[in-house]
Design a protein around this ligand. Sequence first.
Ligand SMILES: NC(=O)c1ccc[n+]([C@@H]2O[C@H](COP(=O)([O-])OP(=O)(O)OC[C@H]3O[C@@H](n4cnc5c(N)ncnc54)[C@H](O)[C@@H]3O)[C@@H](O)[C@H]2O)c1
Ligand SMILES: O=S(=O)(O)c1ccc(CO)cc1
Length: 499
Amino acid sequence: MSTTAEAFLTEISAPGRPVEEFLNYIDGQWVKCRSARTFDNSNPAHTDELIGRFQASTALDAEDAVNAATAAFEDWRKTTPSQRAKILNKAADYLEANAQRFGEELSREEGKSVALGKDEFLRAAQTFRFYAIEGQTFGGETYPQDDGNMMVYSQREPLGVVSVISPWNFPASIPARKIAPALITGNTIVFKPSSDAPLSGLRLVEALVEAGIPKGVINYITGRAGDVGPIITTSKSIRAISFTGSTQAGMHIHRTVHLTTRLQMELGGKNPLIVMEDADLDQAVELAIKGGFSLTGQACTGTSRVIVMKAVKEAFTKKLVERVKTLKIGPGHQPGMDLGPLATAKQLETVLHYLDIGRQEARLLCGGERLTGAPYDKGYYVTPAVFDKVTQSMRIAREEIFGPVIAVIEADNFASAMAMANDSEYGLSAAIATRNPRYMHDFANNIQSGTVKINRTTTGNLVNAPFGGMKNSSTSTFRESGRVGLEFFTQTKVVYRGL
Ligand SMILES: NC(=O)c1ccc[n+]([C@@H]2O[C@H](COP(=O)([O-])OP(=O)(O)OC[C@H]3O[C@@H](n4cnc5c(N)ncnc54)[C@H](O)[C@@H]3O)[C@@H](O)[C@H]2O)c1
Ligand SMILES: O=S(=O)(O)c1ccc(CO)cc1
C-alpha cells in the first residue's frame, strides 16, 4: 500500500471520530424528522467512513415542507427580482468561499475527485450568479393592436410551489441549475436530494439561508423516495417538478402526477462518439477516455458507445487500450487519480452485471475487474473496461450502464455510423471526431441528440446554454440551463389595459 493510501485509511478510521447528524430545513428551521429516525450515508471509496446521519423523513415531513412552501409563496412572489438576485449572489459568495471544503465533502459522499467536487460548487455559484442576472431581464412582450386607447402586454409569473428532485452524480450543480431559476422567478421550493449524496444539496440550502432567504421559500428534506416521493410529486399544491434521474423513476413520476403539474425531466443516455477515418486518432482516444471514464462513467452525458470507421478501427482500438492501461484508479481524496469508485453498492452491482453480459455478448479487451486489496477492499472499484466486437443489437450497446464501460462498434461508412448512433431510445449527447466539415455539418443536422459535440467530449455543458435530450432522455417540453431554463418556472399572463 502506498503512503498516501495508508494516510487515507488512517484518516477515515480514526477511532472516536463523531458522526454528524444533519437535519431537514423546513419553514426556516433546521429540524429532525417527525419520527426522529435517520439513515447513514458512507464514503463509496471506503464504506467504513460515515459521511453523516440524515433524516429518514416520511410523508408527514414532506407535507410539512409542502405546507411551508405554500405559505411562503404569496410574500416571495411579491419580492422584486433584484431582491431575489441579491440573495442568489450572496449565496454564490458563500459557495465560493467554502468551495474547497464543500468539494472535499462532495468527493467523500459521491466518490469523484476533490478537484471535480470543488469545481462543481464553483459551477453552482456561477449558476446562481447567471440566474441572478438573467432573471432580472426575463419578462413579457407588448403586442401591437388597433385600439389607440389600449395596451396589450404579457407578463411572466411564477408557478407556485415546485419540487426539485436530484440524483447523486452531480449533487451540487444539478440542483443548483433547478433551484436558481425557480427562485429568481418567484417560486418556492421543496428540494429532495438523492439519499446517496444528500450533503452537497444541504450545503446549497445552507448558502441560501446564510444569504437571508425568507422562511419557507426553500425547504430541504431527505428520505426514501417511496416515503416522501408521493407527497412531493402528487400533492395538489405542487405546480411543477424538475427531476433529474433514471428514466425508470422519471416514468413512474410521469404516470402518477396530476394532469396540470408541469414536468421537466432529465433522464438517461447511451451517448455515442463517432470516429471517422480522417480523425486525429490521438485526439479521438482522449475524447473517448474523457467522455467515457471521467466521473467513473457516471455522467448522464458519458460516452458509452464508440462507433469507429472500419479503416481506422484497429489502430484506434490499439491506442485506446494502451491509454486505458495507464489510467489510475483510487479514492477521490488521493491526488492524481483518473477514476474513483462507483458511487453506490447498487451501481457496483449493476456495472458488474453488465460486465458479465458484455463478456457473453462481445470481446473484453481490457479492464472490467473488481479491485481487491487495500485501499480498494472497502470501496466500489472497477477498472475501466473496453469491449470490442460489439454490435448495435447487443444489450451493452443499448442499455444505460452508468459505469466505466466503453463498447466499440465498427461501421463501414458515415451513413451506417449515423444509423447506429441514432438507433437508441436515448438522445442526450453525441459527438464526432473528424476533420471533414461535410461530416461535421451532416452530423449536427441529422443526429437525434439534444447536445452535439464536434471534436469535443459528449460530457460537459455550459451554464448559459440550454441542456436537455431528445427521445427518452428528457421530457420534450422544457429545456433546463441557460436563459430558457427560466421558462419552465413561469407562466404567461396577458393583460389588455384600456383607459
Ligand atoms: N439527463 C440528465 O441531465 C441526467 C443527469 C444526471 C443523471 N441522470 C440520470 O440519473 C440516473 C442516476 O441517478 P440516480 O440513481 O440518483 O437516479 P434515480 O432515478 O434513482 O433517483 C433520482 C432522484 O429521484 C428520486 N426518486 C426516485 N424515485 C422517485 C419517486 N417515485 N418519486 C420521487 N422521487 C423519486 C431519488 O430519491 C433521487 O433523489 C441515471 O439514469 C442518469 O442517466 C440524468
Ligand atoms: O454540472 S453540470 O454542468 O450542471 C452538469 C452537466 C451535465 C450533466 C449530465 O450528467 C450533469 C451536470
